[in-house]
Structures are given as structure tokens and as C-alpha cells.
Design a protein around this ligand. Structure first.
Ligand code: CUA
Length: 346
């Protein structure tokens, strides 16, 4: 009987030890990093000084958590082993508290919280320090897409924030409707876009490539469909991108399908909401001047190809709940012509 008890006890101990090892492996930052390689939208792969300062706080806290876990579980195991009830042993003696212990386990968490708070608050203040940066971009939140304006550069785009490598960008965050939150984990923490005020965020991209971000504040039916990309170029490539965005687009050949699409665009309701240089001046929807150069449409929901563009024009609310772009009941021929026209905007 006693033997069976002992073996089930050792089994429980073994299970606890295995759990402890699992917890340490699962929460160790390096393990998390390796896992993150297959999931690019992560705070664990910082690509700017701001994101790294936040990641370092997390690393520090994870170390504290591991130390506390080992100490508490260790004390638990020792207690279970040394003070468990033995056959023929004396009955347990009830006691009334222990002042030193009570003080200890009240003070220790307070000290640990203070040790976490000091670097956290320091980092918050350091990252909130105003900066003019090397380049300014106005970020405007809309239900449910992102507008990016480059003051002084005459560039206006949507759902794609293009930035030069190694230059500090100062973002001015605004909203035209409800509260959104700008979040691109590789570069910075979350910051709200609030109607009627301008919030600021800055960082310096340290790697070229495409990084994903999304809205991080519930903002209505398609909050979860409000994505964007940050595309970091070398400074030369960035200048070329700006030049390309500003280059005039020749009018479509008068006999082409695209010319017919331009007609549909001008006669229809498109002009009320969208902007195309020399054609229309709507500001409610995304600027379409260079729409064919973008990787995605519909607030980052779909790859920007002819099939998706046609489906989107045909019936946007069917693809994106709450979309403010109405179903305009266009014929398939009109949609096809519109797509042909929009493909020329590059
Ligand atoms: Cu915008 Cu959520």
C-alpha cells in the first residue's frame, strides 16, 4: 500500500517537473523567436529602436517570471517532500499565521512590480519624446482603411506606408470618423488615432522589406479587415517610389476598353468618393491615382489583381461587412471596363 502511494507520488513529482521544463521552454524568449520566424506580424522580431526597447522590457519580464516560477515551484516541491504526512507520524499542529512570512509575501510582489515598472515607465517616456524626424507622414484612419499623406512630397496613398531605410519617420496620427489604432509590431507599439486630435509616433526602420500591420482598436463591423503594409526601401529606391507616385499617367487610348472605363468612372458615382489626378477629387475613399501599383485593395484584404478588383467594384459590402463603398449595380461590361481603366493607373 505504502509502496503504491510512493510510486504515484513520484509520478506526480515527475509530471510537475516536466510541466516546469515545458513552461520554461515555452516562455523562453529565444524559443518564441524561433517560432516567430513563420509568423511575421510579431513584436518578437523588432526592426526599429522603438520596437526593440519594448521587446527588451518583455525579455526582462520573462526572466523575472522564470526565476519566480522556479523559486515558487521549488519551495512547493521541497515542502511537499519534507513535510508530507507519514504513517505513524504526529498529527498536524494548527498554527495562527506567521508575521514574517505574511510581510514577506506582501512586500516581495510589490518590489517585483516596482522593478518591472521602472524600466517600463522610462521606456514609455523615451518613446513619447517628440521628434520631427527625417520624414513626416500623416496617417489618417477611415472605416476601414488607412490613408497615408506625405506633406511636402505631394504623394497620397492608401493601405501602404512606404518608408526609407534608416530615416526616422514622424507619424501624425488622425482619424476622420471613430477611434482606430495604428499598430505595426515590427516597428512600434500601438497608438490610437482619435478624431479631433493629432497623436504622434516615431521610429527608424532598420531593415528593408514588407511588414504587416493592422488596426488594433475596435472600430466597427470591419475592424478586423483594416490591414496595412509598411514597405521599407533603400533611400534611393524610396526616391524612385516618390517619383513614380508623382509621374503623370497618360490618358488611355480612345478606342481601348480602358477609355470606356474612364467614361464609366466619370459618369458613375466613383467620382464622388475617389481622387484621380485631373479626373476626380473625392476624398471619402482611397486615392486611386496610382492604384494599380498597390499590392492589395480593400484595406489590405485582397491581393490587387483584376479578379479581386472586379469582385470588389461589383459588390464591395458582400466582401467587406459595412463597407461604405456601395453596390452600384454596374453591369459586368462596365465593371470590366472600369478594371481595365484602373489597371492603367500606374
Ligand atoms: Cu480601425 Cu479597428
Amino acid at each position: 500500500m505504502a509502496d503504491r502511494k510512493r510510486s504515484s507520488f513520484s509520478l506526480a513529482l515527475l509530471a510537475m517537473a516536466a510541466l516546469a521544463v515545458l513552461a520554461i521552454v515555452a516562455f523562453a524568449p529565444e524559443a518564441a523567436r524561433a517560432q516567430a520566424m513563420t509568423y511575421p506580424q510579431t513584436t518578437l522580431e523588432p526592426k526599429s529602436e522603438v520596437a526593440r526597447s519594448i521587446d527588451e522590457i518583455l525579455d526582462g519580464i520573462v526572466i523575472w517570471v522564470i526565476v519566480i516560477f522556479v523559486l515558487v515551484e521549488g519551495a512547493l516541491v521541497v515542502t511537499v517532500l519534507r513535510f508530507r504526512r507519514r504513517p505513524g507520524g504526529p498529527a498536524a499542529k494548527p498554527i495562527h499565521g506567521n508575521t514574517a512570512l505574511e510581510l514577506g509575501w506582501t512586500l516581495a510582489p510589490a518590489i517585483i512590480l516596482a522593478l518591472i515598472a521602472v524600466p517600463t515607465v522610462k521606456t514609455i517616456f523615451a518613446n513619447a519624446k517628440p521628434t520631427t524626424g527625417d520624414i513626416t507622414v500623416r496617417v489618417i484612419g477611415h472605416q476601414w482603411w488607412w490613408e497615408f499623406q506625405y506633406p511636402g512630397k505631394g504623394v497620397l496613398t492608401a493601405n501602404e506606408l512606404h518608408l526609407p531605410l534608416g530615416k526616422t519617420v514622424a507619424l501624425e496620427l488622425e482619424s476622420v470618423d471613430v477611434i482606430h489604432s495604428f499598430w505595426v509590431p515590427a516597428f512600434a507599439g500601438k497608438k490610437d488615432l482619435i478624431p479631433g486630435r493629432t497623436n504622434h509616433l516615431w521610429f527608424t526602420p532598420e531593415a528593408t522589406g514588407t511588414f504587416s500591420g493592422q488596426c488594433a482598436e475596435f472600430c466597427g463591423a470591419s475592424h478586423a479587415n483594416m490591414y496595412f503594409k509598411v514597405i521599407v526601401h533603400t533611400p534611393e529606391e524610396f526616391d524612385a517610389w516618390v517619383a513614380q507616385q508623382k509621374a503623370p499617367v497618360p490618358a488611355p487610348d480612345s478606342t481601348s476598353l480602358a477609355a470606356r472605363g474612364l467614361e464609366v468612372y466619370q459618369k458613375g458615382q466613383c467620382v464622388a468618393c475617389h481622387m484621380i489626378d485631373g479626373v476626380s477629387y473625392g476624398m471619402l475613399g482611397p486615392n486611386l491615382n496610382k492604384v494599380a501599383l498597390r499590392q492589395t485593395i480593400a484595406g489590405g484584404m485582397f491581393p490587387n489583381d483584376e479578379k479581386n478588383m472586379a469582385a470588389w467594384i461589383k459588390n464591395a459590402p458582400a466582401l467587406k461587412p459595412g463597407s461604405l463603398m456601395m453596390n452600384m449595380n454596374l453591369t459586368d461590361q462596365d465593371v470590366e471596363a472600369l478594371v481595365a481603366f484602373l489597371r492603367t493607373r500606374r
